[in-house]
Design a protein around this ligand. Structure first.
Ligand code: NAP
Length: 306
């Protein structure tokens, strides 16, 4: 049984419970940590209440799940304190897949099941809390995906399913073939790119009471140093609002801006520095007014609302 944590959120009706912030592990391979340091980092962010972790089979060119699994093997009890999200469907060519000439997507039943089996082995766990289809696949046969999901659920290998980077129509198509609700759509949300606010993606999720997961909240770090006019305008406005709300950094204002959305996104943290995780956790108490929210919108677009 999972340890009961305060402040977890049900991410979809009768769906799993996630922490309000999620720790992303895409960049784990760059952090230069020993297995023991990886375990310490995991324990520290769990201690801060960040219990949900985000992976994908391909992160670090198929390495990051393995690096995480090595850390988990040092203290297997940690498995029961976390919720594991991982993804499948992108196939990367290169030395691991010498037969392929181009990167492509594969949502066939055989590939989904094979990918999950590999993720379980690399992560060193018996089951995955939530499996996401990583990118919409033009060749996706929704009936076939439904068969794969059903088999994985029955085998106890995956508890729940979701998607990532899906349009509202793609989400609805897949949902129409599934017995259980999709529990999330993991999408890019940051003050530089927030297309999902306007293209119906977040509207559909709000309608269904399904929480998005927000990736690259800090625009992959470029929010701090981007030189184009849009970045400069956004940084200036973030700094002005930082002073008004008494936040310690502009990233705290960004997390508050994302969390102000009524679909209630769960920001994914991309840093491997525990002090930055702590900064994000402290941002949970910051609330922006409507006007502050729109000032960042206006700074990003470079014009006022219509
Ligand atoms: P991010 O938070 O936008 O960017 C993280 C980068 O920002 C890191 O390189 C970090 O450097 C840097 N950074 C953070 N705070 C900083 C500061 N105060 N000053 C300067 N640099 C700072 O997040 P992300 O890594 O792009 O994405 C987060 C997670 O989303 C990933 O781990 C992954 O789980 C998920 N994701 C999903 C998809 C998808 O298609 N579903 C796509 C991309 C990402 P340090 O490491 O030095 O702190």
């Amino acid at each position: 049984m999972k340890e009961k944590q305060e402040k977890k959120k049900e991410i979809a009706p009768n769906g799993p419970h996630f922490s309000e912030l999620v720790q992303g592990y895409w960049r784990l391979g760059d952090w230069g940590m020993s297995p023991q340091q990886r375990l310490t980092f995991l324990k520290q962010h769990v201690e801060l209440g960040v219990t949900t972790v985000d992976h994908a089979d391909i992160y670090g060119y198929y390495q990051c799940e393995q690096l995480f699994g090595e850390a988990l093997a040092l203290d297997k009890s940690m498995r029961d304190t976390i919720e594991i999200v991982t993804k499948c469907d992108i196939k990367l060519c290169g030395e691991k897949n010498p037969d392929w000439k181009v990167n492509h997507y594969n949502t066939s039943k055989a590939h989904i099941i094979e990918s999950v089996n590999r993720s379980l082995a690399r992560l060193n766990v018996d089951n995955i809390d939530v499996l996401l289809l990583h990118r919409p696949d033009a060749l996706m046969d929704a009936d076939e995906v439904a068969e794969a999901f059903s088999e994985l659920k029955q085998a106890g290998k995956v508890n729940d399913f979701g998607v990532s980077n899906f349009t509202p129509r793609q989400f609805e198509l897949l949902q129409s073939r599934l017995e259980a609700p999709l529990v999330t759509n993991q999408v890019e949300i940051n003050p530089i790119n927030f297309e999902v606010v306007h293209d119906g993606t977040l509207d559909l999720l709000q309608q269904l009471r399904v929480k998005p997961m927000a990736w690259s909240c800090l625009a992959g770090g470029s929010i701090f140093h981007g030189q184009e006019a849009q970045y400069v305008r956004v940084r200036e406005e973030l700094e002005a609002i930082r002073q008004e709300v008494g936040a310690s950094t502009i990233e705290q204002v960004i997390y508050a801006w994302i969390r102000r959305l009524p679909s209630d996104p769960l920001p994914i943290i991309g840093s491997g520095k525990i002090e930055r995780v702590q900064t994000a956790v402290e941002a949970l108490s910051i609330e922006l007014t409507r006007e502050q929210w729109f000032r960042i919108w206006i700074a990003s677009k470079g014009h006022g609302v219509p």
